[in-house]
Write a protein that binds this ligand. Structure first.
Ligand code: MLT
Length: 287
């Protein structure tokens, strides 16, 4: 397995994109069962290392970075920023790899992208894991905070203050006190992202539509995962999504805040494993 990102430019002439993949291109045909992980803000595909290391036999784990992240380029199509563009990016990586259907795992911003993917291409989902995210759009206060962030990025660039500002929200107080290696990993991933990527993500999150209406249309096995100390997208958001999705299971991760997959990878991976068992046998390559 490599976690060195692969880079490609979609045949349609779209953005160059990066992704990591547990299937080695020299290892023969890939497993047909796939999980596609969509990252949070302001991180990149590297945040999924603890999941990639636990890839179960028979499964292929792929983590794309949306445009601009992980040293790719960002430009606005016709000057317009929309969360759908990130959905297109993830779908372009699936197309590139011949992945027809996948279990889609989205954490926080990744969850917003999963909803946008679902609106466009519900038939590409074999299962869904929504972690530390919400279906609703931004409140007026959240929009103000995003505008302030955009202004500061414009004025000063994003580093190092963005990581300083975000880490106390991303990680629990206990992790920050006791696990400097986890803090350093998160800081490193944040600081690798460019101002253009960060601006593009803030604009897209700010403008994203409400996805509450989508919940009742989701008909694949679904797990909702949330860190017990998540204050950015708290348990109440998770419960609201669970109530809207038929048969969705709620998994609360102890001793974790927002980045539950990084803070408590064993619990997160077990929740994912339970979902994969439910999804069961795989999914078939892209026709
Ligand atoms: C994230 O973790 O992706 C962000 O905190 C999401 C957001 O700012 O709404």
């Amino acid at each position: 397995m490599t976690l060195t990102p692969y880079l490609f430019r979609p045949a349609s002439g779209g953005h160059p994109l990066a992704y990591v993949d547990t299937h080695s291109k020299v290892a023969g045909p890939p497993p047909s069962a796939a999980v596609v992980f969509v990252h949070a803000f302001p991180l990149g595909a590297g945040m999924w290392l603890p999941q990639m290391l636990g890839t179960p036999p028979g499964w292929r784990f792929v983590a794309p970075a949306v445009r601009g992240f992980d040293a790719t380029e960002e430009w606005l199509d016709h000057g317009r920023a929309h969360i759908d563009q990130y959905a297109d990016d993830v779908l372009a990586v699936m197309n590139h790899l011949g992945i027809g259907r996948a279990v889609v795992v989205g954490l926080s911003m990744g969850g917003y992208v999963a909803f946008a993917m679902f609106r466009k291409a519900p038939d590409r989902f074999s299962g869904l894991l929504l972690a530390d995210t919400r279906a609703t759009s931004d409140s007026p206060e959240a929009r103000q905070a995003r505008l302030a962030m955009l202004e500061r990025v414009e004025r000063e660039g994003p580093h190092p203050w963005l990581a300083d500002q975000m880490i106390p929200k991303l990680l629990s107080e206990r992790t920050i006190r006791r696990r400097p290696n986890v803090v350093a990993t998160v800081r490193e991933i944040v600081q690798a992202q460019t101002a253009a990527a960060i601006r593009g993500a803030v604009q897209r999150m700010l403008l994203r539509p409400d996805s509450t209406d989508e919940l009742s249309r989701i008909a694949v096995p679904t797990a909702i995962v949330v860190g017990e100390h998540d204050t950015l997208t708290p348990l109440s958001d998770a419960k609201a999504m669970q109530a809207g999705i038929r048969g969705a299971v709620l998994e609360v991760v102890p001793e974790a805040a927002h980045l539950s997959n990084i803070e408590q990878p064993d619990d997160f991976n077990m929740a994912l494993g339970r979902l994969l068992q439910k999804v069961g046998e795989p999914v078939g390559a892209l026709a």
